[in-house]
Design a protein around this ligand. Structure first.
Ligand SMILES: [Zn+2]
Length: 104
């Protein structure tokens, strides 16, 4: 557990001490929600393992990785295959030979 989280829990239990018996459930729900949020928070949306379809190329991009990856290989084989640029409009995947063009 990191320090910030520890502080939050400390604050919450201080609040809990000041609350009437009948209001304790509020704190318990708050604590539960907080735990859910922190334990199960999905990986950051811009994380390196989350693909982002790139409309301009028709490829997938990952996080701040500058490479363009083949969406077919990633979806079907869970492989990150870096595509090669053929020309301004077209890229090709060296693995599955898909040609990738900008999405409409
Ligand atoms: Zn491919």
């Amino acid at each position: 557990m990191n320090n910030k989280l520890h502080n939050i829990h400390q604050i919450i239990s201080e609040i809990a001490n000041k609350l009437a018996e009948g209001d304790q459930h509020l704190i318990i729900s708050l604590q539960r929600e907080l735990d859910n949020l922190l334990l199960h928070s999905p990986e950051d949306d811009t994380g390196p393992s989350t693909p982002h379809p790139d409309k301009a190329s028709g490829c997938y991009k990952f996080g701040d990785d500058p490479d363009y990856y083949c969406p077919h290989c990633f979806d079907n084989l869970q492989q990150k295959i870096s595509t090669q640029r053929l020309n301004r409009q077209l890229r090709v995947c060296p693995q599955c030979r898909s040609s990738l063009r900008p999405l409409q």
